[in-house]
Design a protein around this ligand. Sequence first.
Ligand code: NAD
Ligand code: MG
Length: 397
Amino acid sequence: GAFHRPQAVTVLGATGSIGASTLDVITRHPGRYRVYALTAHHSRERLAQLCLAHRPARAVLAAEDDATWLRARLGEAGLATEVHWGEASLIEVAQSSEVDVVMAAIVGAAGLLPTLAAVRAGKRVLLANKEALVMSGALFMEAVERHRAILMPIDSEHNAIYQCLPAEHRGGLARIGVTQLLLTASGGPFLGWHRSHLAAVTPDQACAHPNWAMGRKISVDSATLMNKGLELIEACWLFDARPDQVQVVVHPQSVIHSMVAYGDGSVIAQLGNPDMRTPIAYGLAWPERIEAGVEALDLFQVARLDFQAADEEAFPCLRLAREAMAAGGTAPAVLNAANEVAVGAFLAGRLTFTGIAEVVEQVLDACPRQVAEELEVILEEDRRARCRAERSLERYR
Ligand code: NAD
Ligand code: MG
């Protein structure tokens, strides 16, 4: 490539599943990328290992005592990495003038402010943290425009759609002849299950995804289909689509990562082995292509591709997300916040699997939708929805 110096990359959420895949791709191209900052929540041991391997200029943890520990640990090893803690430091390593690329791979609402800071600083932003966009859609996309950030979708479905669209696709789907976005879904580990059998499933069952190894929160979201609901909202914002222009297609093999249907009858699909290094490499190098470490797709081994409709009776979260997007305003932020609380409770053994959708629906009904033009309003509604969800949970004790 035509790079005079390696691009400086901040990885927010470096100790997670997307963080690991990102560092794997970066390591394959040392002349092209270097790690500027790595961040984690509490996993200081893992962050120490990553710092030793990638020698970033800065590292950030959530708590002061973890940062003190890491500073001592890296000091002993003779590393010059500066160690910081807290949200202001996350924001700082996302917007620093020394950074070119920010991988937004924190899970949940906690990623919103640092991701938005990267956008407002005009970075190339690799968006894995879909919750940030779901919460703040209009405001987020406006900031991308205003600050000329390069927003690259990393969610495999949205990355696939991006690859199936013409290079210049802003200004609405009709303008480019697109009739529908076909968002594929694996169906999760409970595909084909009846609702009556879902009440008793355990967190470990829910996290055993058939095709992808991911963090626990997104794994539960995949099992409830809330992940597909969040992705439907994400697609509406990224590609300027209405909810009725996004069709969910259950495709259990996860080989087609999504498709775009055009008015002339063409359907364009992106295929590949289910490995997040493909969308990450695409997001890093676009408009170029780089090697990602992903095995070539063997279609004879895949042999067949199946498709079916989603079962919204058994998995009501998909309907709830579509309704929240149609309602607009702060409704998607409320949906997201309630879901985060409910999933946390399910993982902690305090709520049944089917209780997740029930809590989300109760919170959506209880929190009237507000206009979502200001960040303060969105954050306040996020807080309110979390309190309301905690109250709903008390009924399940
Ligand atoms: P993960 O749980 O494996 O990793 C999350 C990372 O965020 C960790 O580094 C953790 O330390 C950090 N983190 C968690 N809470 C934090 C907080 N409060 N403050 C600061 N940092 C915090 O999750 P993941 O599977 O890597 O997913 C990350 C994001 O990418 C999610 O939004 C998920 O929906 C999205 N995503 C993941 C995949 C995948 O294959 N894993 C695919 C598509 C999208
Ligand atoms: Mg996805």
